[in-house]
Design a protein around this ligand. Sequence first.
Ligand SMILES: *Cc1c(COP(=O)(O)O)cnc(C)c1O
Length: 373
Amino acid sequence: MNQIAFNDFISAYSDLKNELDEAYQQVMASGWYVLGEQVLRFEEEYAQFCGTKYCVGVANGLEAMQLALYGWGIGPGDEVIVPSNTYIATWLAVSHVGATPVPVEPEPKSFNIDPARIEEVITCRTRAILVVHLYGQPADMDPINSLAQRYGIKVLEDNAQAHGATYHGRVTGALGHAAAHSFYPTKNLGAIGDGGAITTDDDVLADRLRVLRNYGSRKRYYNEEKGFNSRLDELQAAFLRVKLRHLPGWNMKRQWLASHYIRIFKSMQEGVRGRVLMPQVQPGIEHVWHLFVIRTGARDLLKDKLADEGVQTLIHYPVPPHLSQAYADEFWGKTYPLAEQLSATVLSLPMHPFLKEEAMGRIMAKVAQFASE
Ligand SMILES: *Cc1c(COP(=O)(O)O)cnc(C)c1O
């Protein structure tokens, strides 16, 4: 029986082999490997793609968030609102600058932070809302931005999962005061290693980030402040420039695959749709399907049945941050029921631009059979 893998990096490489190999050779032959021409060009191209004035390349998505918060002067004594259901990196960025993450539960339909529940946790210490566009679907930004404006706080997007997604026609990365992007290999725009960036229209922040990422220095060996080492390297920038050109096409492929999954499921279901829920796209939004996440009360059983068929699935994420050991002290006895319910019921099916129709048919046949049992 053929195995169906969750992701397929080998096909992604084969597809772009000529361009990626050329990028590699160009950087190797240049003799310049950190913060050079490729990073500059990628920053221009990605800022243009997002529709922001600036893009600052950094080492990874976690540090992109951390540096943005730090760059705004957010630190000990401050609170930052985060989703209760996200990858732990979102919370860690807040903790690592010394601030306190304040969780807000999601809207179950979109899996994204529920704007209606934000105001009740705003205090005089709240400095920012860190919004995650989970699984590739932008959060409902208009009410979030108006709240932020009313309370004079910042909005930072965690855009690790939604490169190229749109909210009322505007691209993620330009929907708040700044956005942190991860280019970890599994992401829609993925490097061949680690990478990250911050996009923003904020002149002061962009300027400070360029200094902070490079030991606090603008001029070599002259250090204005106690900076960090968080740089995007030339090879990754060169690979990202190649991949950015293919991102819109690959996102379209993911969109087609997602609607195909849902179409097959519906055609097999005819009314018995209770046991398995398909993902939903909210109005005004273009989802880029970083992950295709279904829900079922008998999640572990379905996961095992798919594994028996050779289908690899993953859970994003099995433990909500407040229940992880990392936050055991701070969040002892606290409960976020929706995040807990999601972590017990979500299941991510294979999703990548090289997924075959035949594989999708096999996967959905199993899911639909399970749903009607
Ligand atoms: C991948 C991811 C990150 C972290 O990105 P790294 O580049 O691995 O540091 C942060 N937030 C979310 C939601 C992610 O999916």
